[in-house]
Structures are given as structure tokens and as C-alpha cells.
Design a protein around this ligand. Structure first.
Ligand code: PSV
Ligand code: MN
Ligand code: MN
Length: 426
């Protein structure tokens, strides 16, 4: 199914228009501080977040998986689902594929489907954390860090294949996340594992086209529970430096030990020009991959405050690649992704409302109370009217979740695809 512009425009007419008055109020309030609400509406409308192909079906835990029905079984169907989200929100104009789950049979046909939905291909993801059917080498004891040279070569070759597919699709970056590590003390020689990972990443980097970027993702634990070879931002940063200028660190919100100050990591990386990519999700305990903003929205705002500062003040840092890396066990995945996009844009809009001039003055005066007031004045502003105006201007739905339900999207997908299909993915 596809949602047309006219259907969405008609839906918008039926929506409550109060948000326009709310924006008038915000204009009068923030203009006094020199903050331009219309410029913020435009920035919010322009902000695009990649949807990962693996988040479109119901995820699961190791205890079970509960299908949602109408899930996409093929890459074509996954692109159609991203197209639906994009039509409604106008902020999901990119997709991130995972190889080999998403190997395109006909590259041109896939490109055409994406183009019809106004979607481009963001970072490609390689998968060396699972053995595929008929695999010649096993990743049971690691991939890029394996003690077995053939397994390392096999994993490097897989990444080269992902680059080849990505190049044909028009992608410009590769994200490497490794499960490599050890489950028990003594299993790995840490230094050898790190050296092998560095050598392998350098080979992958050398195979990338000159206009590509390499994103190195870190994570402290899971699936290995004693050590992970790329455990933290420092290790990722070091490896990125060892690869070269176009290698960067990728921050995934769920990949930190409890209470880590992620906003400070963001600031440090942007200062050094090395924040390449960002995966959004939320968590209470570990890498929970919950809906963005569902647990710690203030932390998300503080992170966005640093991202906005970095985007405005750090020309040495490239514009980061944004992606939602979430998993949906009991919610309709498309509804969950719409909620995530809303949370991301709210945090972004609030960060754009921070009175940077006043904050700088208060910081110089060491007026700690005022600093907090300035941040919380922005955070406590209801910005939903800004998001509505941004979507309306871009041709999306004023209220995408309401529209999704009004158009009975899930039921139509179930009618088209059936109840039992299962998407490939995490
Ligand atoms: C595993 O933790 C993970 O969620 C990483 O965050 C990757 O980005 C994703 O899987 C896909 O490989
Ligand atoms: Mn991730
Ligand atoms: Mn993860």
C-alpha cells in the first residue's frame, strides 16, 4: 500500500489547527530572546533519520517472539514500509540496510522502489556476528579479531562485498559493529585481539571508495559477557584514527554502561571531528533498544544540546548520520518508529530553543543556577506545535500516529501480506 499526498492533505484538514496559534505564542516568546521559531521549524522539517531495515518487523527476545502480522518479508516490502513512515512523517527519508539480510536481487529495481518513495540509502551494515548457511569459516570465536587468520580474511571479504552492494545502491558509508570478544577470562589475548581488529579494519577502510566513510560502533558487552574488543568510545576513536581521516566513531545510545555521560562523549568526539554516526534508542537496563525518549527524555535533550552545539561550532566534524536502532517486541513496529521519530525531533527542537548566548554568559559568570534554568526553560517548552508545522510544510501528516490509525495501515498490510510472515533481522 502507498499513502498519497492528497490523502494526507485531506487528513490534515480534519486535524485540530490549534498548533498554529501555539506557534504564534512561541514566536512572540522566543523572538525576544533572538530565537527564530520559523528557522527552527525549517530545521526540524529538514532533519532526516534513517530507518534500519531490521526494525520493521517484530523483534524478539531469547524467550520468544510474537509476530505482529503484515510484517515485511522482502527488501521491497521493507522499503515500502519505510516509504509509509516517510509519507506520514517526512523525516524518514533514508534507510539503512543489513547484509546479508537485505541482499538485493535486482539493484536497479530496488533503487527505483526507493526513489519512488523519496528514500536514499544511508550507511550499510555488515554482519559478522552470525554464521550464514554454507559459511566457509565460523565467527564463533570472533570475526575481525579472530585468532584464525582465515576467519579474519573471510570477515574482511564480507565487508568488501557490503561495500560493493552499497556502492551500487548509492550509499556512502559502512557501519561496522562487532560482536567480537570473550565470554571468559583468559579466552583472548586482549592485545592480539585489538591488533587483529585494527589490521582488519584498515583493510576494510582501504577497500572503501574515496568518498565513503567508515563508522566504528562500540558496545561494552553482549553477546560476550566478559569482554568486547571494541568496548567503548575510546577504543573506537583509537581504531578510527588508526584507519584514517574518513573513519569515525559511531555512538549508539544503548551501548553504554549505566549512568555514562553520553552527552560528554558526544562533545568530545565532535571537538575532535570524529563523531560520524548516531544510533537512537532508549534503555533502562542494557542495550534494550526501546522506543526513543520512552525512558530518559531529559538525557536525550542534553545529548541533543551537545549535538546542536557541535553542528553549529565544529566545522571539523562532518554532519552525522542519524539512525534509529530500536527493536519492537510488543508494539506495532511502524507505530513505534513514528513515536521514536517524534521523540528525536522533540529533543532536537528543544535543543534549538536553548538560549546559547545567555548560557555562555551564565557559564562565564559561573551562575550555575542560571545555567540550569536556561536549559530547563528550553526543555520544558512544549514543542509539539513546531513538529506539526514542520511536517505540514513538508507535506507529511500533522499527526502521523493518528493518521496511521485512521488509514488502518496495519490492517491493510495484514490483508496484503498475511498474518504469519516474518522479517529477517535481529
Ligand atoms: C547490536 O547491539 C546492534 O543493535 C548494534 O547496535 C548494531 O548497530 C545493530 O545491532 C545492527 O548490527
Ligand atoms: Mn547500533
Ligand atoms: Mn545495539
Amino acid at each position: 500500500m502507498k499513502l498519497s499526498k492528497n490523502e494526507i492533505a485531506d487528513f490534515n484538514k480534519s486535524c485540530n489547527q490549534d498548533y498554529k496559534h501555539e506557534n504564534d505564542f512561541l514566536r512572540s516568546k522566543f523572538t525576544k530572546k533572538g530565537i527564530d521559531i520559523d528557522a527552527i521549524i525549517k530545521k526540524v522539517a529538514d532533519f532526516q533519520v534513517a530507518i534500519p531495515s531490521w526494525a520493521l518487523g517484530a523483534g524478539g527476545t531469547r524467550f520468544g517472539r510474537f509476530s505482529y502480522g503484515g510484517e515485511p518479508a522482502t527488501l521491497e516490502q521493507k522499503l515500502n514500509d519505510v516509504g509509509l513512515i516517510h509519507a506520514l512523517t517526512k523525516s524518514a527519508g533514508t534507510v539503512s540496510l543489513h547484509i546479508p539480510w537485505d541482499i538485493p536481487e535486482d539493484i536497479n529495481a530496488i533503487k527505483e522502489i526507493a526513489a519512488n518513495h523519496g528514500i536514499v540509502f544511508d550507511a550499510m551494515n555488515s554482519n559478522t556476528f552470525q554464521d550464514q548457511p554454507n559459511a566457509e569459516e565460523t565467527y564463533k570465536y570472533g570475526s575481525l579479531n579472530s585468532t584464525d587468520k582465515r576467519a579474519r580474511e573471510y570477515a574482511v571479504e564480507h565487508n568488501k562485498e557490503v561495500i560493493r552492494i552499497g556502492k551500487a545502491l548509492g550509499s556512502k558509508s559502512l557501519t561496522v559493529w562487532l560482536a567480537d570478544g570473550a565470554s571468559f577470562p583468559g579466552q583472548l589475548n586482549f592485545q592480539t585481539a585489538l591488533k587483529n581488529t585494527e589490521d582488519s579494519l584498515q583493510q576494510i577502510y582501504a577497500a572503501m571508495p574515496e568518498d565513503w566513510k567508515l563508522f566504528i560502533e562500540y558496545k561494552p558487552y553482549e553477546p560476550n559477557f566478559y569482554s568486547t574488543t571494541i568496548q567503548d568510545w575510546g577504543t573506537s576513536f583509537m581504531l578510527a584514527n588508526a584507519c584514517g581521516e574518513r573513519a569515525y566513531t559511531l555512538v549508539d545510545l544503548g551501548h553504554h554502561l549505566p549512568n555514562t555521560n553520553i552527552e560528554q562523549i558526544v562533545a568530545t568526539l565532535m571537538h575532535k571531528g570524529k563523531l560520524g554516526g548516531f544510533h537512537f534508542n532508549d534503555s533502562k537496563y542494557g542495550d534494550d533498544d526501546l522506543t526513543v525518549g520512552s525512558i530518559k527524555p531529559y538525557a536525550l535533550f542534553l545529548i541533543f544540546n551537545e549535538l546542536v552545539y557541535g553542528m553549529e561550532n565544529n566545522p571539523q566534524n562532518p554532519y552525522p548520520a542519524w539512525m534509529i536502532d530500536a527493536s519492537h517486541n510488543i508494539k506495532d513496529p511502524l507505530e513505534d518508529l513514528i513515536q521514536s521519530l517524534e521523540a528525536i525531533l522533540m529533543a532536537y527542537a528543544k535543543a534549538l530553543l536553548v538560549d546559547q548566548k545567555a548560557l555562555k554568559t551564565a557559564q562565564l559568570e559561573n551562575d550555575v543556577v542560571k545555567c540550569q534554568e536556561i536549559l530547563q526553560d528550553a526543555y520544558n517548552t512544549d514543542v509539539r506545535s513546531i513538529l506539526k508545522a514542520a511536517r505540514e510544510q513538508a507535506g507529511g501528516a500533522v499527526d502521523p500516529l493518528k493518521a496511521y490509525r485512521a488509514f488502518q495501515v496495519r490492517q491493510q498490510l495484514i490483508d496484503e501480506r498475511g498474518l504469519e510472515v516474518q522479517a529477517t533481522g535481529l
